[in-house]
Design a protein around this ligand. Structure first.
Ligand code: T1G
Length: 697
């Protein structure tokens, strides 16, 4: 038997204990070991039951994702689950930690299931662009009914043990060592004469409005196909005999395995874990973090303080005046009340955080003992330098001094202090206690252990932390500025902002660029255009129609009018005829004859601009790897996860075709569409962005 499964006899019960750290993924060796273990138990004298249990932190986290994309190896997981279920012995699964995907499917192949109170079960395959492929769509509905099964499968969420008990997914909850409680439960079942209980022999679920469920899943997936496919697989569990339903599920699973969306989502899964593992930080010890300071209690500062408090850190927040300090305290308390409402913290915890862990002051001297300070004050270099001068004077030696600036030069800020090695950029995204992305901006003088401390803070706050070099806009905002410009150029040339927004939401973005601009506030872009006007290149095409709207005092959602008109109490907005008028006026002024754009061309230009700027960033070393850029766009800019990110999207299109399009666009506008040197090199060498990820690992 494989060394991944420990086989033990306990009276007339055989135990198969899975030993495949870190999360007992169902590798080929584990599958073969379980299969052999079942045969051995059935061959041995006196064995009446089998207990399947996991060693370490989990029962089973699912199929081994590292095997995806490689030729499948027997025993195949659906066959193993069927084999477990078909055993003449009574089979019991004792679950703890997570039982996800194939892990839950193995447990559903057993006849009875017992779990720890804090155990979680789920079928998260949709997060990998797949559907459950080992009987989950056929067995789960037979236990829970179609609607509950569809909700669990299409959400991919983790179901806590009490709810799983209620849904009938597990039979019992009992605190204790998983093997001990599992053995006792199996013995109790044997003593009570309980019979085998194959789920496949249970009747299929009652029908529901399958087409409505399919439509709902497709809409919610925003272009992702596997959730909707899962509905059809569950429908098969109701309409076809079990064996036929299994074949239907298998075919759908195999077809989805071949899709770009599966490649994109697996790429996102592994990149999310790789992005914070920087080779240069191996062996570098971060500084201790127990208490942090936050300068500025506005939306951003309060969000950062909230995230820190929720992660267990103490916070000293500094505001200029008492009334601002009081407002900041209320803002943070409001954020924490939200966490209570969402069940993230108890009311007692809320009280402790707001009265003990959080201190709000107007005195910088209160920062004398903090381990790290993040300033989130007005985005002006002089203001930042004044703040850093005060921090430099009062903070203890070794205290990390961080700026939350979204584009200012962190090198210049560092040089204004006596300790540039302690200075770093920590660019949070608003709301900072909700958005997962954190850009860790490493200045020239930043010490390695200060970088390591930034990543340690990001991990404590549950962020996806990405290393960025110093440039205007770092990674995300610099790329955003470029693809926004591509959209602006298409508006000048004839595409309406509304067609562009729709084309991009159909591509999978939660919102199009113009709806996003309305949400963020048109005054921000207006201020940026004014800031950059002085050193603008003469060939740069910058529309002015939107400045005309800003001059009228319309800044988007916050004023009720922008690209869209927003009516009080109504979600979303309607196109603003004033925008169309202003665009037509500008086109006339510029002598432009507007032309039609197809949705495909809109997406193509938008994505090529994004990839081209990203490739420039990579070439300049601002971003370390293509996967870093993918994670920034996924976690900070609403990029559709099923593409894996812009760099994965480009690999899936083929870099040659992307470069060819960029070069064709450059014939219209050589200044904006200068092909990135790195892109040209990769195409010339027949390599792609994933090759760069592998080389940098
Ligand atoms: N396969 C291979 N490696 C896995 C893995 C898996 N399923 N799950 C986790 N790992 C690795 C992960 O890469 C990391 O590696 C380490 O374990 C710790 O993970 C047929 C087809 C289980 C909740 O989608 O959600 O079954 O970086 O850092 O935050 O129907 O991992 O240390 O080298 O994430 O405590 C379905 C995916 C598969 C679960 C733990 N299962 N995993 O989270 O630790 S498809 C999933 C997770 C399937 C069948 C279908 C999480 C976790 P390294 P971690 P964590």
């Amino acid at each position: 038997m494989s060394d991944k499964i420990a086989y033990e006899r306990h009276g007339d019960i055989a135990v198969l204990r899975i030993q495949n750290p870190p999360v007992n993924a169902l590798s080929q060796a584990v599958r073969a070991g379980l299969q052999d273990g079942m045969s051995r138990a059935e061959a041995e004298e006196g064995v009446r039951a089998v207990l399947i249990v996991g060693e370490g932190r989990a029962f089973i986290a699912g199929a081994d994702i590292t095997e995806f994309g490689k030729p499948p190896q027997e025993p195949y997981l659906p066959d193993l689950c069927n084999r477990i279920e078909a055993s003449p012995l009574l089979v019991v699964a004792s679950m703890h930690g997570v039982s996800l995907g194939g892990g839950l499917e193995v447990a559903l192949g057993a006849h009875y299931r017992i779990a720890q109170p804090n155990a979680r079960v789920g079928l998260p395959e949709v997060h990998l662009g797949l559907i459950p492929g080992a009987g989950g769509t056929q067995r789960l509905p037979r236990l829970t009914g179609a609607e509950a099964a569809i909700e669990v499968i299409t959400s991919g969420r983790h179901v806590m043990a009490p709810e799983a008990l209620e849904l009938g997914i597990i039979d019992r909850i009992e605190e204790g060592d998983p093997q001990t409680v599992g053995l006792a439960y199996a013995q109790e079942l044997l003593d009570s004469g309980a019979t085998r209980r194959p789920i496949s022999e249970m009747p299929g679920t009652a029908p529901i409005d399958w087409d409505a469920a399919y439509e709902a899943a497709f809409r919610k997936g925003r272009g992702q196909i596997s959730p909707a496919q899962a509905v059809r697989a569950v429908q098969a569990s109701a309409e076809e005999p079990f064996k036929v339903g299994m074949k239907t599920e298998r075919q759908m699973f195999v077809d989805l395995m071949e899709t770009d969306q599966r490649q994109g989502m697996i790429h996102a899964f592994f990149s999310e874990r790789a992005v914070s593992n920087l080779p240069e930080l191996k062996g570098v010890t971060p500084r201790d973090l127990h208490e942090i300071g936050v300068i500025g209690g506005g939306t951003m500062g309060a969000g950062i303080a909230t995230a820190a408090l929720l992660s267990g850190l103490k916070v000293v927040l500094i505001e200029m005046k008492d009334e601002a300090a009081k407002a900041a305290h209320e803002r943070i308390a409001g954020n924490l009340q939200g966490a209570v409402k969402r069940g993230k913290i108890s009311q007692d915890k809320y009280e402790a955080l707001t009265t003990e862990a959080l201190k709000v002051s107007t005195e910088y001297a209160s920062l004398s003992d903090v381990d790290l300070v993040i300033e989130a004050v007005f985005e002006d270099m002089d203001v930042k330098k004044q703040v850093f001068a005060q921090l430099d004077a009062v903070c203890k030696p070794g205290c990390v001094l961080a700026s939350n600036t979204s584009y200012l030069d962190v090198n210049e800020i560092a040089a204004s202090t006596s300790r540039p090695g302690d200075v770093i950029g920590l660019h949070f995204f608003s709301p900072a206690h909700v958005m997962k992305l954190l850009e860790i901006v490493v200045a020239d003088a930043t010490a390695p252990e200060v970088v390591a401390t930034g990543f340690a803070l990001g991990k404590m706050l549950g962020k996806v932390s990405v290393r960025a070099g110093v440039c205007d806009g770092f990674i995300g905002n610099r790329i955003l500025a470029t693809y926004r410009t591509a959209a602006d150029h298409m508006v000048l040339d004839g595409a309406s902002p509304y067609q562009i927004d729709k084309a991009l939401t159909d591509f999978g973005f939660a919102m199009g660029p113009f709806a996003v601009a309305d949400l963020a506030g048109l005054d921000i872009g207006w201020a940026t255009r004014k800031r950059k006007a002085a050193d603008r290149h003469p060939d740069e095409r910058v529309p002015t129609y939107i400045d005309r709207l800003c001059e009228q005092g319309h800044f988007g959602q916050k004023t009720g009018q922008g690209y869209y008109i927003y009516e009080k109490g109504k979600r979303g907005g309607v196109p603003n005829p004033e925008i169309t008028r202003l665009i037509e006026a500008e086109q006339k002024e510029r002598g432009i004859t507007p032309r039609d754009f197809t949705d495909r061309e809109i997406v193509r230009r938008y994505m090529c601009a994004m990839v081209n700027e990203a490739a420039k960033l990579l070439g300049e070393g601002i971003a370390r790897r293509p996967l870093d850029i993918d994670m920034v766009l996924l976690f900070g800019y609403g990029f559709p996860r099923y593409w894996g990110g812009p760099m994965k999207w480009a690999d899936l299109q083929g870099l040659e075709s992307v470069l060819r399009d960029i070069e064709s666009y450059a014939t219209e506008d050589a200044w904006f569409w200068q092909p990135a040197p790195l892109l040209k090199t990769l195409v010339a060498e027949g390599r792609n962005f994933d090759d760069l990820n592998k080389e940098a690992a």
